[in-house]
Write a protein that binds this ligand. Structure first.
Ligand SMILES: *Cc1c(COP(=O)(O)O)cnc(C)c1O
Length: 392
């Protein structure tokens, strides 16, 4: 195929954008023409505290004025307290004390977790099993872990050591666990895969299998973490404790930052020089992390997600044109009635002033800020009702 040349200054990896946004505040966005939108996608589950949160913006400004970066040859005052805050969240929810590595994105967090699993398991126990329908990132290793064969095709050959099994199928996982497997990597809710929730029973079976075989259980909480599902982390509802957790997205509220947390015994597999990044744990990024965690604790963001998520899903379930509402907390997908196309509906909603995303051909994803108000939920549901009844 001859590549289509275009005049954009940017590489054509993203589809042409329908709107150019200029400004945001809370759940609201304004485009360059001054038109107002309700953001029920939250920058793909990133702006958990809403756009331009004054406390987060102030923390960025303050730290930018004080110190941004000194390299990892030196310490800074911001990274240790941020790591303590992340470890406190994980210790409270898993019962394990652990250690944190900071990075800049979700893919980097998973990449670090994959390297940690290889170092921990040793050569010959390096295989990672993940699920079909999963999404773990765009670097070569995280792409290999991503259970979407069509995404692999243009970039073959994939790095070696990855295996995929059906999601929510413990028997399939069990038969994939030969002695070469060092880790299992799963999302508690498959976000990009269509907002498909792992059942509590499945996560408990996976935990039991991992214990039986001495395999690490790594959970990708990049989309589900930081209150989104109504708990701090998506695994909490099942009552299990993972060995390794990756996070990003909402932990920076739009500032690029990610992290991997691991139980101390696992983290100890990394020695100086094994992993790193120029931008690992910069003063600026980690000041943002501390601020986001403090603010989320102050407002009890998980409880807000549970309450507003309950309101939103029960209102949506009553709409004609919607046959299923799935997901957890404020990570939801609505399956449209037969005959309705999600891409078309998404475009019509945008025109009507509501930002969503067609997560599959037939389902819309909703992931508004956890600070969304009940009034904004009513307004959004009214827009969805009007647009779907027009489309039907
Ligand atoms: C977004 C996402 C990633 C990748 O994060 P990036 O910051 O885009 O690299 C990985 N896993 C899950 C579950 C995600 O939702």
């Amino acid at each position: 195929m001859t590549p289509l040349l275009n005049d954009s200054p940017m590489m054509p990896v993203f589809a042409p954008a329908p709107v150019m946004f200029e400004r945001g505040c809370g759940t609201e966005l304004w485009d360059v023409n001054g038109k107002r939108y309700l953001d029920f996608l939250g920058g793909l589950a990133v702006v958990g505290l809403g756009h331009s949160h004054p406390v987060v913006s102030a923390a960025i400004a303050r730290q930018a004025d004080t110190l941004m970066h000194v390299s990892n040859l030196f310490a800074n005052t911001q990274a240790p307290p941020a790591a303590i805050k992340i470890n406190e969240l994980l210790a409270e929810t898993t019962g394990h004390d652990g250690q944190v590595f900071f990075c800049n994105s979700g893919a980097e967090a998973n990449e670090a977790a994959l390297k940690l699993a290889r170092k921990f398991g040793g050569r010959g126990r390096h295989v990672v099993v993940s699920a079909y329908g999963s999404f773990h990132g765009r670097t070569l290793a995280t792409l290999a872990a991503t259970g979407q064969p069509t995404k692999h095709e243009p970039f073959q050959p994939m790095p070696e050591g990855f295996r995929h099994v059906a999601f929510n199928d413990a028997a399939a996982l069990e038969s994939a666990l030969d002695p070469s497997v060092g880790a299992v990597l799963l999302e508690p809710v498959q976000g990009e895969g269509g907002v498909i929730t792992a059942t509590d029973e499945y996560l408990r079976r996976v935990r039991a299998l991992c214990d039986e075989r001495g395999v690490l259980m790594i959970l990708d909480e990049i989309q589900t973490g930081f209150g989104r599902t109504g708990d701090w982390f998506g695994f909490q509802q099942s009552g299990i404790a993972p060995d390794v957790v990756t996070m990003a997205k909402a932990m920076g509220n739009g500032f690029p930052v990610g992290a991997v947390w691991a139980r101390r015994e696992v983290a100890a597999a990394f020695q100086p020089g094994d992993h790193g990044s120029t931008y690992s744990g910069t003063a600026l990024a980690t000041a943002v992390v501390s601020t986001v965690v403090e603010e989320m604790r102050r407002i009890d963001a998980p409880a807000l997600a549970a309450a507003r998520g309950g309101e939103l899903s029960s209102k949506l379930a009553k709409l004609p044109g919607i046959v299923e509402v799935r997901g957890r907390g404020l990570l939801l997908a609505v399956e449209l009635a037969p005959g309705l196309d999600a891409k078309v509906a998404c475009a019509a909603l945008l025109t009507a002033g509501l930002v969503t995303n067609a997560v599959t051909g037939t389902a819309l994803r909703l992931a508004p800020p956890l600070t969304v108000s009940s009034a904004e939920i009513e307004e959004a549901v009214a827009i969805i009702e009007a647009v779907l009844s027009d489309a039907a």
